[in-house]
Design a binder for this molecule. Structure first.
Ligand code: AMP
Length: 392
């Protein structure tokens, strides 16, 4: 019997997929359908021999792309589908077996994630139509952070905004923070403990995890709050919007666009949001690149120091995400800004720990880990757990 889970991450014009076997470390079939809805839609990925493939998808929408994805599974019908859903609001504190009520509840949170949830739901609807007998589970980016206490999730705003409109901090990247903190607990033999996790990719967030529960995180109502990211500003003065509106007559749409797409590493450097390019340019003397890296690392260290207040005890720090997993210099800079935490980096091991390698990089003292994130594996695991509970 097939026990793989098909993990689907559906965007407005793309579908990322991975067929994850029961042993999450086992080989996966994976790929990406992109430019859906345009005349240039295509599907690319790797087959079970690790061979890459690419095919054109004529006039493909999400449903047609999903059909093509299922054809690429080499006859292995998955036991279930796990959908990544960005926002579960306060309703979803864990993964949910999808039925009409769950779809309706996800639709209700669309106002909180207008760009993401409708696209995620399009994938759910198409999969349900195509494979009505296949169990499907929704796994939410926000659910892991539903354990935040009120002191961490409430903004200092009038209560009615929270009560009537759900204005509060939700946090994102939950599957990643859940995965790496659990992995750190296992690898360190602590079976729990207090961890700071730094997910540093194009989007970046930090999290404080105690005994497997998220107690605080840097992202808030939207994924714009917190540390500086590839193109997102992270925290700014909340008075900035009014200032830009009054002084420069910028519309809300323009402000939103600038803070989400033109800021962060890209905005600071005036060059790129790609950390590899920034590191090379900074070394070659580019001032903007140097400043972007400096602000980036300082903001991360500051955020981690702030989040440490949430933890009764700190056992270690975990780096993950494209930058956290691959950039030894960024890890070195961030830990160097936290000397009072007792972090001591083993510089040799740190510089050798790149390209998806898992490892401990401290020289004693508090633990420092690099743990490649596995959001697809985590979604598959949660999907399987939810199904087992439902059939128990
Ligand atoms: P992600 O969103 O997790 O895929 O991460 C994307 C980010 O990781 C981009 O900023 C990349 O430049 C960065 N990245 C990937 N590989 C490296 C590397 N070897 N050194 C520095 N940054 C990297």
């Amino acid at each position: 019997m097939e026990t793989s889970v098909l993990v689907i991450n559906c965007g407005s014009s793309s579908i990322k997929y991975a067929l994850v076997p029961k042993d999450p470390a086992g080989p996966r079939l994976s790929g990406l359908a992109e430019r859906l809805g345009s005349g240039e839609a295509r599907l690319k990925g790797t087959d079970s021999n690790g061979e890459p493939f690419e095919q054109t998808l004529v006039d493909a929408d999400h449903a047609r792309a999903l059909e093509a994805i299922f054809e690429r599974l080499e006859g292995r019908l998955p036991a279930a589908v796990g959908h990544r859903i960005v926002h579960g609001g306060e309703h979803f504190t864990r993964a949910a077996l999808i039925d009409d009520d769950v779809v309706a509840a996800i639709e209700q949170t669309a106002a909180l994630a207008p760009l993401h949830n409708p696209a995620n739901l399009a994938g759910v609807a198409a999969t349900r139509r195509l494979f009505p007998d296949l169990p499907q589970v929704a796994v939410f980016d926000t659910a892991f952070h539903q354990s935040l206490p009120p002191r961490a999730y409430r903004y200092a705003l009038p209560e009615a905004l929270y009560r009537d409109h759900g204005i509060r901090r939700y946090g994102f990247h939950g599957t990643s923070h859940a995965y790496v903190s659990r992995r750190a607990a296992v690898l360190s033999g602590l079976a729990g403990g207090g961890w700071l996790t730094a997910h540093l990719g194009n989007g970046c967030s930090t999290c404080a995890v105690w005994e497997g529960q998220s107690l605080d995180t840097s992202m808030g109502l939207t994924p714009l709050e917190g540390v500086a990211m590839g193109t997102r500003s992270g925290d700014v003065d909340p008075g900035l919007h009014a200032h830009l509106s009054r002084q420069l007559s910028w519309s809300l749409e323009r402000i939103d666009e600038v803070l989400n797409r033109d800021s962060g590493l890209l905005g600071l450097s005036g060059l790129t949001n790609d950390m590899r390019e920034l590191e090379t340019s900074a070394e070659a003397g580019h001032e903007g690149a140097r400043l972007a890296i400096e602000v980036f690392c300082y903001r991360i260290a500051k955020s981690l120091a702030a989040l440490s207040c949430a933890l009764p005890r700190l056992d270690g720090l975990v780096f993950t995400g494209g930058i956290g997993e691959n950039s030894a210099p960024i890890r070195e800079r961030v830990t160097a800004l936290l000397p009072h935490f007792g972090f001591e980096l083993n510089r040799t091991i740190n510089s050798e720990t790149i390209r998806g390698r898992e490892g401990r990089i401290d020289a004693g003292g508090r633990q420092l880990w690099v743990i490649p994130t596995d959001e697809e594996g985590q979604i598959a695991t949660e999907t399987r757990q939810r199904l087992e509970e439902a059939t128990a």
